[in-house]
Design a protein around this ligand. Structure first.
Ligand SMILES: *Cc1c(COP(=O)(O)O)cnc(C)c1O
Length: 462
């Protein structure tokens, strides 16, 4: 990279030539952007010399923390040996074989094969096509509809955005594409407590929305149900404890595939290797990405159950689908090194038994703040719901998203990266965060709440 370019000049060049993802281009001022130049562990540095605590692990992905030389070295070694070869046309290579065995070993017992892509979005595109192909092979081509949930996030490609349940994304480009049906989400704080049901009752109700949708559309027309174990981008929505057992019960009675989108929950985030392990579900397909390489290189994929893989093997015929970079050797080397670190350092056990519970107790303590209506956390992913009046948990801020953004900006100013979703703040730190760093994070989050609360009151927003 060029050296000796001033921070301001970098921002000017970025403004001129770089079209950012998920950004309001009209509103992004030249100097408003932040140029991240370096990272180590849970810390980031920007071009103005600020040090920030990375409470989002990049974008939910840097599970082993930043700056692991071991991953870089593994990639470098792989690139000198075999930097690229494809996996089409009866060819394969050692790193993709080693990684596949490793993932099959970590995945639930009934899931033993992996298909590779470059991201979580294309993993869900693969799933969209694979579900339909599976039912064609089964001689049931009518089973094409996929049930998904409102406010889900399954990526940003045409199929990913369509499977997702984000209204704003659907409005752009006339989505969703046909053959996708969205049902209610199990969002207790946002939708459940207003219903008059208890949290447990609401969990059952939301689960039974799946059964109702299957019955309404007809089981003979439904190919699959796709869901994140915990919705991430939708605002870290941790379902009521009754939700997943009831969904599992419904799925057992119905002949449809279950797809667990593990792009965030996979690879330790919830304190087990997969969210499906945490919630005891039995997926037929799992989308993976993010923590798979801890973001060191782009990679995603689909873990395929024996049920689906056996049909592909038995029925034969070519599945006309694949990516030039499916199973890219360098990305495989990064994933192998990343998973090796996770196993050696027992990071998943730590999320379940040590740092997870430590972090959670402190995070839930933020729930005492006058601006917080609910603090929730599972494993190492959590949220704070911001509300104007603690005496009335149902009351919300007028202009949805405004206060969330104010709080998010204060968080950055306090040297902590948190993300805002509507009027909530969300957190998803590297799994390697220490107790000391957790204390630091909580102190900064606390100050952020104080600062946001005083801004909100000063402007009469509460
Ligand atoms: C991030 C995400 C995706 C999309 O992954 P990309 O790598 O950004 O394409 C899909 N599903 C879930 C649950 C995600 O969080």
């Amino acid at each position: 990279m060029r050296v000796n370019v001033s921070s301001h000049d970098l921002k000017v060049l970025d403004h001129k030539h770089h079209l950012h993802p998920f950004t309001d281009h009209g509103a992004l001022g030249v100097d408003e952007r932040r140029v991240i130049t370096r990272a180590d562990g849970v810390w980031l540095w920007d071009s103005d010399g600020n040090r920030l605590l990375d409470g989002m692990a990049g974008l939910w992905c840097v599970n082993v923390g930043h700056g692991r030389q071991e991953i870089g070295e593994a990639v470098r070694a792989q690139m000198s040996e075999l930097s690229y070869y494809n996996t089409f046309f009866k060819t394969t290579h050692p790193p993709v074989i080693e990684l596949s065995e490793m993932i099959a070993d970590l995945a639930p017992d009934h899931m033993n094969m992996v298909f590779y892509g470059g991201s979580g979005s294309d993993a869900n595109d693969t799933i969209f096509r694979l579900v339909r192909y599976y039912w064609d092979l089964m001689g049931k081509p009518e089973k094409k509809t996929i049930i998904a949930r409102k406010n889900a996030y399954h990526g940003s490609t045409v199929a990913g955005a369509s499977l997702g349940g984000m209204g704003g994304m659907h409005e752009q480009g006339d989505l969703p594409i046909s053959g996708i049906h969205h049902i209610a989400q199990p969002y207790w704080f946002g939708e459940g407590m207003q219903s008059g049901m208890s949290e447990d009752e609401f969990g059952i109700w939301a689960a039974r929305e799946l059964a109702r949708a299957i019955d309404e559309i007809g089981e003979d027309k439904i190919g699959a149900f796709i869901a994140e174990p915990i919705q991430g981008a939708g605002g870290v929505i941790i379902p009521p404890t009754t939700y997943w057992p009831e969904v599992s019960r419904i799925l057992e009675e119905r002949d449809i595939l279950f797809v667990s989108d593990e792009v965030i929950c996979g690879f330790g985030r919830t304190g087990e290797w997969f969210g499906a392990d945490t919630y005891g579900t039995k997926p037929d397909l799992m989308a993976i990405a993010k923590g798979m390489t801890s973001g060191y290189l782009p990679m995603g994929g689909v873990i395929v159950s024996d049920r689906v893989a056996d049909v592909l093997h038995e029925k034969g015929g070519e599945f006309y689908h694949g990516y030039t970079y499916s199973g890219h050797p360098a990305a495989c080397a990064a994933a192998i090194a990343n998973l090796t670190i996770m196993k050696r350092e027992k990071l998943v056990d730590s999320v379940r038994d040590q740092i997870g519970p430590y972090f959670r107790e402190r995070w839930l303590g933020l729930g005492d703040h006058p601006m917080v209506g609910e603090a929730r956390m599972k494993g190492l992913v959590g949220a704070l719901e911001l509300i104007p009046d603690k005496k009335d948990l149902m009351k919300r801020f007028g202009d949805v998203g405004k206060v969330g953004t104010i709080a998010r900006d204060h968080s950055f100013a306090n040297g902590l990266v948190m993300r805002a979703v509507r009027d909530s703040l969300i957190i998803s730190p590297p799994l390697t965060i220490t107790e000391e760093e957790t204390d630091e994070l909580i102190a900064r989050a606390h100050k952020t709440l104080d600062d946001a609360w005083s801004t909100v009151r000063k402007h009469g927003l509460a």
